[in-house]
Design a binder for this molecule. Sequence first.
Ligand SMILES: [Mn+2]
Length: 227
Amino acid sequence: MIEIKENALFIADSHYPHHGNDFLVLLQKLESGEVETSQLFLMGDNFDLLFGYNDYIQTFSSKAIGLLHKLSTKLEIHYFEGNHDFCLNELFPSIKVYSREEQPKMFKLGEKKVAISHGDKYVTGFGYDLYCKILRNKTALTLLKPFEKTIIEHRMKKLSQKHICHDFYDFEKRVEAILENYTEADMVIEGHFHQSKTIGKYISLPSQACQGKVAVIEEGEMVFKTL
Ligand SMILES: [Mn+2]
């Protein structure tokens, strides 16, 4: 099991570039040394739309992608693919990328067993599962290629207008259902819901786009902060 290190940095749900520049700015700070970390966890939906096997989609976020390439040569980076960013394995060869299927992934924080995932794995329903499978398929993405500009531009426009920050009705109940899949874990860390809340052993990370915060491990505890 991989150890979560002191001063590890977790960035979730930045939804770059449509919902603010915070992700790019923080990557620049990491590159310049203004912000230092021992280990970087990208928790998914860091890009508002990014997937592999497609060059056009990269043009919307080329600066951030370039910085991640640079950073990944000198920093341990774990990338938990989200529902907006997937099939990233070939795009980021020096980053440890976890597909939705490979999530949750177990880590250790001191003595604690910590399950980490983007947060869209459980309690989503059959339709969503199927949609995810099709969308993350190399053949499907290749077949769509002739229409890519039209489809991607339409998607990008829609996504940029989407309201992504809101309270979640009965979130405690949702968490309770999710936790049924995590009897083994002492701690569960997820993004996806943009709630910035801790409920028992469940940590719903702040969204960088919504709360403007990230999470850092300080003295073995996770704290939410603005960097
Ligand atoms: Mn998500």
